[in-house]
Design a protein around this ligand. Structure first.
Ligand SMILES: *Cc1c(COP(=O)(O)O)cnc(C)c1O
Length: 360
């Protein structure tokens, strides 16, 4: 067996301990004589898997009782429509556009009502987070929307926007469970799990109960109504059962690691190794305003496309894979999620130093 260091933005690296456990349970999950992949989602065995996953997630994030946890399909992108369909009672919502994902959500919302772009960092290729302390929040806005960690550009809100009392909705796909969060500050926190939690194919939605109503936009499909899934405990139809199972394993792994405080400490430590090197390198440069840097996604460039391509190729040959930047921005990007060990980041920096010497 030969494992690489996988810096993919998503689907992404998973903890080896979890992969081994699910491999061990592949033929016979907990004495059932079958894999979780083969199991009815209505079985007692699966009910305890989903119940335990929810319980562990609630514990990790300290989720209050007046929030529901939903395990849904359609990815983060489906939420771009589901959020306005369910929340736009006044048909007005405010969007802060800090990258491609926020922009897509903003554009989708325009189909359902008046979506206002109240701030943006597009003028500087999304390399910073705008000052959100006093934005022109619409008096009748149903919610204010952010993408909290910008996977493609590598920025992160270090402070949540002042929504002037409006409900905050956040896409946390690429920073989910990377550090402690105060759930009470949000109406909805959601994210695709394939970035920092589990395999592809699921989105977790943490939603305040008062936002779950039958009063949705006319024509909203049953499957896109939060109430459908909330009433059915995420089992209205067949869920992505195997993904729920693997995510549950990751929640247990995070708890065993010491929870989100400890993950934050580790993530800061790992990111510092890479940013410190970038700050003194003569060849490689970070692309983001220092104060807004993400702990999860670290984009960098040499300034020379051919040199970038050479680096990505040679790094891959050395077992450091998926370092190519997003197709819309080029350069490189190292995604260093929870499951990326410190040794992986150290190996990357050692390789970058060597590459810098060789290409001086
Ligand atoms: C990857 C990503 C998405 C899209 O996720 P899908 O599950 O592919 O729809 C949305 N938002 C953010 C922040 C992402 O990183």
């Amino acid at each position: 067996m030969s494992r690489v260091y996988n810096f993919s933005a998503g689907p992404a690296v998973l903890p080896e301990e979890v992969l081994k456990e699910v491999a061990d349970e592949m033929m016979d999950y907990n004495g059932t004589g079958m894999s979780v992949m083969e199991m009815s989602h209505r079985s007692a065995a699966f009910q305890s898997i989903i119940d335990e996953a929810e319980k562990d997630l609630r514990e990790l994030m300290n989720i209050p009782d007046n929030y529901k946890v939903l395990f849904l399909q359609g990815g983060a992108s489906q939420q771009f429509a589901m959020i306005p369909m369910n929340l736009m009672k006044n048909k007005v919502a405010d969007y802060i556009v800090t990258g491609q994902w926020a922009k897509k959500a903003y554009q989708e919302a325009q189909k359902y009502g008046k979506a206002n772009k109240i701030a943006s960092s597009e003028d500087e290729t999304f390399s910073y987070i705008p000052d959100c302390s006093d934005l022109p929040v619409s008096p009748d806005a149903d919610y204010v929307y952010i993408c909290e960690n910008n996977t493609i550009y590598g920025t992160k809100y270090k402070e949540l926007p002042n929504t002037k009392g409006k409900t905050l909705v956040a896409d946390v796909s690429s920073c989910f469970l990377s550090e402690p969060v105060d759930v009470t500050k949000y109406g909805i926190i959601y994210g695709g799990v394939q970035k920092n939690i589990g395999p592809a194919g699921m989105v977790i939605v943490i939603i305040r109960e008062d936002l779950i109503t039958e009063d949705v936009l006319p024509g909203t499909p049953t499957m896109l109504t939060y109430k459908t899934h909330s009433d059915a405990g995420s089992l209205y139809n067949t869920p992505n059962a195997y993904c729920i199972y693997v995510c549950g394993k990751v929640f247990k792994w995070l708890k065993a690691m010491g929870g989100l405080e400890e993950m934050k400490r580790r993530n800061e430590e790992k990111a510092k190794i890479l940013y410190d090197y970038l700050d003194q390198s003569k060849l490689f440069h970070g692309t983001v305003v220092a104060k807004d840097r993400s702990l999860m996604n670290v984009p960098f460039v040499t300034g020379d496309k051919e040199m970038d391509a050479k680096f990505v190729k040679e790094a891959a040959a050395a077992g450091l894979v998926n370092l190519k930047g997003h197709r819309s921005v080029g350069g490189m990007r190292a995604s260093i999620y929870n499951a990326m060990p410190k040794a992986g980041v150290e190996a990357l920096v050692a390789f970058m130093k060597k590459f810098e010497e060789e290409n001086a």
